[in-house]
Write a protein that binds this ligand. Structure first.
Ligand code: BDP
Length: 683
């Protein structure tokens, strides 16, 4: 079904001029190269060109007859096609060139990768152009990814469930086993490769009993099969591991990272793994966080922990992705200096420079946990001698769980464009994670996946846009959210102007809408504990997770200033510190993240905080209604199943939005006793 194929639908090209142009050029293709990846390229081209072109049969032709040639730069004489070989020095290992070439009567397109991976990405890029009905007569595209690590983190458990999964069960595991049907894994590999993702960890960062055995004979051969599928699409496989494995697998009494036996244990483990998966990516580790074991149990720090594993993987070229999501989840508000937002920086900043060169620290985009609006984590720019990857969450854990519409690319763009001032003006997050600001050996971006075994992969079909958008954005953070959304809409729903316009505006408005009816002004956390869907105004207020809004009869918000608050703002470089620390300069959207203010505090917009809350909550619900209107107007313009899938979710979203509006408004009305200026009914 189209829902299953996502953006690789390869719809028949409508019979117009382009079709003739495409037929001429794409009629005969030839793939020079014999690696696994080239085999995947052949397969993809065969399927795609057949499906798009009205041609009965699409098969590879000879090099002499070919009008579409896919190769790496060594196998063709580039000068024959008017290409200066030196052009290639400007792209990196995964980059490619796509060039049209006219030779007398014949038009030819060349897709030349620097390596086979480059050819693969070039092929997908080219197919995207065809799907978008672009002219291919005068192509000259040189392109390479800006980030070296472009990773997907699955939070899949071996019993088939997915932590924070909103679209069915795992495509990798079921009933404590690796699934026997791997077709879906291959299609996932295709989807990921088509947007340039080049690494994947397939199991949850919370590694429980059975998953601890992934690195043993019980599972490793089957995991090697999965690695093989991904390898053919240029993705390296990683595993999340349990820091206490030496104990839990029954071999040792300790997991102390400085213990000699522990070190040897991991070295042997690594050797065993590399024997079956020679290009194994490495380990992803969540340690000392939310009840997971880690170096703290032995009075060691996180550099000790990460380096232990790094040493084991080093000689095989493996990497340790060590997460910075480390905080005390049993804390309470003890004094005004205790603040969960400060934890990652406090734990890791002092260790900067102490990690091995094959360790990458993985930092969530914000200091808390994927709320609808968080400032950028102050660790970006602060870690100057330690490789870093940024962690996003594509799964909409706190953002409507793929029932509510929330297109995340605009949010991710803000994060990547944020100026940390770490090395003066222009020290943006994107320049930090792409490794250009500091000389990181290896860095990039990772994200928590949003897929499961639902027919359409993502529950809400429109949530496919987040999966697609993530890949495209991390390949090139300079693409705009609008460009990415447009691409996705046309690949998914075709090139009807009206459909494009409506869906595009729905996507682009959706984050703001979700924010309006939930927790505007940066407060976050008024969500149902545990499952994290729907409002619960005091759900976390008196728990130990460190997530508070501090609303009382006088005001609300968290004072994180240096003088009177938790001092969190001091973790930023001066320019940002001054802005966030100052009540008058702090941007409205972050006000309550940084300041505790009276309900009557006047925002830059001129509204009071309380009135803003009322207004945005009423508005958010109306905006959801208009999403429904827009979508309804598209009935008949797409496959029925697709249409109904989204309509159904929008209805759930409306119910959710009303609950948020009513509970949040009532709560603040009761706390503050302040009437809505516009006299609307607050329940
Ligand atoms: C939180 C999730 C929790 C994860 C945790 C993490 O609620 O399920 O285990 O993040 O990132 O957002 O480790």
């Amino acid at each position: 079904t189209p829902a299953y194929k996502c953006w690789l639908n390869y719809d028949l090209i409508a019979k117009n001029d382009r079709l003739e142009e495409y037929k001429e050029i794409c009629g005969d293709f030839n793939v020079l190269g014999d690696t696994l990846i080239y085999k995947s390229i052949k397969e993809e081209l065969t399927v795609a060109l057949h499906s798009m072109s009205h041609k009965e049969e699409v098969a590879e032709s000879t090099f002499e007859d070919a009008t579409l040639i896919i190769s790496d730069s060594e196998r063709v004489n580039l000068e024959d096609y008017g290409v200066e070989p030196s052009l290639f020095s400007s792209i990196n290992e995964e980059g490619f060139l796509i060039k049209s070439f006219h030779n007398g009567e014949r038009n030819t397109v060349l897709i030349i990768g620097k390596t086979d991976k480059g050819s693969l990405y070039g092929t997908y890029h080219f197919l995207r152009l065809l799907q978008g009905n672009e002219s291919i007569e005068a192509l000259h595209i040189l392109n390479s990814p800006k980030n070296r690590v472009r990773m997907m983190n699955q939070w899949d458990n071996v019993d088939g469930s997915i932590e924070r999964g909103y679209s069915g069960q795992s495509i990798f595991f079921e009933n404590d086993q690796i699934t026997s049907n791997l077709d879906r894994v291959k299609d996932y590999a295709r989807l990921l490769a088509s947007v340039g993702v080049n690494a994947i960890s397939i199991n949850n960062v919370n590694v429980w009993k059975v998953e601890t055995h992934f690195i043993t004979n019980r599972f490793i051969n089957e995991i090697a099969d999965i690695a093989g599928i991904f390898r053919a699409y240029g993705l390296k496989l990683f595993l999340s591991i349990n820091f206490a494995s030496p104990i839990e697998l029954g071999d040792l009494q300790t997991a102390d990272p400085l213990d000699k036996e522990v070190k040897n244990w991991w070295k042997e483990k690594a050797a065993e793994i590399y024997k079956v998966i020679p290009d194994f990516g490495g380990f992803v580790v969540k340690a000392d966080s939310e009840h997971r074991p880690g170096p703290f149990s032995y009075d060691r720090n996180h550099a000790d922990g990460a380096n232990l594993l790094a040493e084991a993987l080093e000689s095989f070229g493996g990497i340790v992705v060590w997460r910075c999501f480390v905080y005390n989840c049993m804390q309470d508000w003890r004094d005004r200096k205790t603040d969960r937002a400060k934890a990652a920086y406090e734990n890791f900043k002092p260790l900067d420079g102490k990690f091995h060169s094959n360790v990458i620290l993985q930092v969530k985009n914000g200091p808390m946990d994927f709320q609808v609006r968080e400032p950028v984590s102050p660790l970006f720019g602060a870690l100057q001698q330690t490789n870093q990857v940024l962690e996003f969450q594509i799964a909409q854990e706190y953002l409507g769980q793929q029932k509510d519409l929330c297109f995340l690319v605009p949010m991710w763009k803000e994060v990547l464009d944020f100026d940390t001032y770490a090395k003066g003006e222009g020290s943006t997050v994107k320049k930090i994670v792409d490794g250009s600001l500091y000389d990181y050996q290896i860095s990039g971006i990772a994200a928590v996946s949003n897929i499961g075994n639902d027919e359409n992969w993502t529950g809400n079909t429109l949530a496919q846009a987040n999966l697609y958008g993530y890949g495209r954005l991390i390949w090139d953070p300079d693409l705009t959210a609008d460009e990415i959304a447009k691409e996705w809409v046309s690949l998914t729903f075709g090139n009807d102007d009206n459909v494009q316009e409506q869906v595009l505006s729905m996507l682009m408005d959706s984050w703001g809408i979700y924010e309006n009816y939930t927790t505007p002004l940066g407060i976050g956390w008024m969500i149902n504990p545990h499952h994290h869907y729907g409002p619960n105004v005091d759900g976390y207020e008196y728990s130990r997770w460190g997530t508070y809004h501090f609303a009382d009869r006088d005001g609300l918000g968290v004072d994180r200033t240096i003088e009177t608050g938790t001092g969190y703002t001091a973790q930023y470089f001066k320019e940002n510190q001054e802005i966030y620390n100052s009540l008058s300069d702090c941007p409205d959207e972050f006000l309550l993240f940084f300041h505790h203010v009276p309900y009557t505090h006047v925002l830059k917009s001129g509204e009071t905080v309380i009135q803003h809350y009322y207004n945005s909550h009423f508005k958010g619900v109306e905006q959801v209604k208009s999403l429904i209107e827009k979508w309804t107007s598209l009935e008949g313009k797409m496959e029925k199943q697709q249409f109904e899938n989204v309509l159904n979710r929008l209805d759930m979203q409306l119910t959710n939005a009303k609950e948020w509006r009513d509970q949040v408004n009532t709560y603040f009305y009761r706390k503050s006793g302040i009437e809505d200026e516009k006299g609307r009914k607050i329940y």
